[in-house]
Write a protein that binds this ligand. Structure first.
Ligand code: G3H
Ligand code: 13P
Ligand code: ZN
Length: 316
């Protein structure tokens, strides 16, 4: 099977109360860990590439790695998605490069400008059979290439359900990332984690049948946080979205759940552990290998949290 768009995946996910995992890829080991998990669990898959990933690994290497994943897994629907495209040009480039889905994230622009930029991308992408994710409202957290609102300000930038219907009608986008209390990175909450499920439901009520996307959805798993802190790391206050909250959102209108931080932490935890326990180790296969295995195990578990394990065939 060639790369697919998210159309069928989202239709099935929406109708059957699950979400598809969208995992960020930056190198071969991360991709292999994810893909071996979905192959074992027979789940549909979205592999997403950020601007930072393209700068780090180059598009041609990442595309070649994904092409191998597609070829080796003919029974698994795999979508190649641009994560947080920031301009028409960057989205156009990805459409031209063979992506089957792109995100235009103009959420930090005023409402009318967000509509204008999104519509421009939709017009081009749809002409080429590519679907478009847009974003309304703003997430918190800061990563390399994605700058969000401050933690104290997240509640003031949640998606407004009344704007969502106008936004989708005017842009023609295919899915919508909503701000519902999550943020990017490993430090999502200062106190008890809480998602604004009323925002998800509010948008869903206005847009019946329309797929929503949840960014910033890593759980910051205790296993990896503890290993990182035990072996010389320093992230004691890291906190993510609890897995039961992810499962709850996946049963609602959320059809795509974005996960990057949990991959980073799994890999980092294992590398730190190998270095601490075997200080003489200098063969990258001996520390990247355990990192890749940890990613595989973690992603397998996620697919059950999302409810998409075993759903590859119905999404094909
Ligand atoms: O949404 C952010 C993703 O985790 C990508 O992060 O821009 O550092 O690759 P990045
Ligand atoms: P996390 O930082 O929670 O993994 O979110 C990733 C993301 O939203 C990528 O777009
Ligand atoms: Zn994101």
């Amino acid at each position: 099977m060639a790369l697919v768009s998210t159309e069928k995946m989202f239709e099935m996910a929406y109708n059957n109360g699950y979400a598809v995992g969208a995992f960020n890829v930056n190198n071969m080991e991360i991709t292999q860990g994810i893909v071996s998990a979905i192959a074992e669990e027979k789940a549909p898959l979205i592999l997403q590439i950020s601007r930072g990933a393209r700068q780090y690994a180059s598009m041609s290497y990442l595309k070649a790695i994904i092409d191998v994943a597609v070829k080796e897994n003919p029974d698994i629907p795999i979508c190649m998605h641009l994560d947080h495209g920031d301009t028409f040009e960057s989205c156009k480039q990805c459409v031209d490069d063979g992506f089957t889905s792109v995100m235009i994230d103009a959420s930090h622009h005023p409402f009318e400008e967000n509509i204008r930029m999104t519509k421009e991308v939709v017009d081009y992408a749809h002409k080429h059979g590519v679907v478009v994710e847009a974003e309304l409202g703003q997430l918190g957290g800061i990563e390399e290439d994605v700058v969000g609102v401050s933690a104290d300000d997240i509640a003031n930038h949640l998606t407004d359900p009344n704007q969502a219907i106008e936004f989708v009608e005017k842009t023609g986008c295919d899915s919508l990332a909503v701000a519902c209390g999550t943020s990017h990175g490993a430090f999502k909450f200062k106190s008890a984690p809480a998602l604004a499920f009323d925002v998800i439901q509010g948008v869903a009520d206005k847009l019946a049948g329309f797929p929503l996307v949840m960014h910033g959805s890593s759980s910051v798993l205790k296993e990896f946080k503890d290993l990182i802190n035990k072996y010389g790391g320093d992230m004691p206050d890291a906190m993510g979205v609890p897995e039961d909250a992810i499962s709850k959102a996946a049963k609602m209108a959320v059809c795509k759940v974005n996960i990057d931080t949990d991959l980073r932490m799994a890999l980092t935890a294992k590398i730190r552990q190998v270095f601490a326990e075997t200080p003489g180790e200098f063969d990258p296969r001996k520390y990247l290998g355990p990192g890749r295995d940890a990613i595989q195990k973690m992603v397998k578990r996620k697919l059950h949290v999302l409810g998409c394990a075993g759903k590859a065939a119905e999404c094909s």
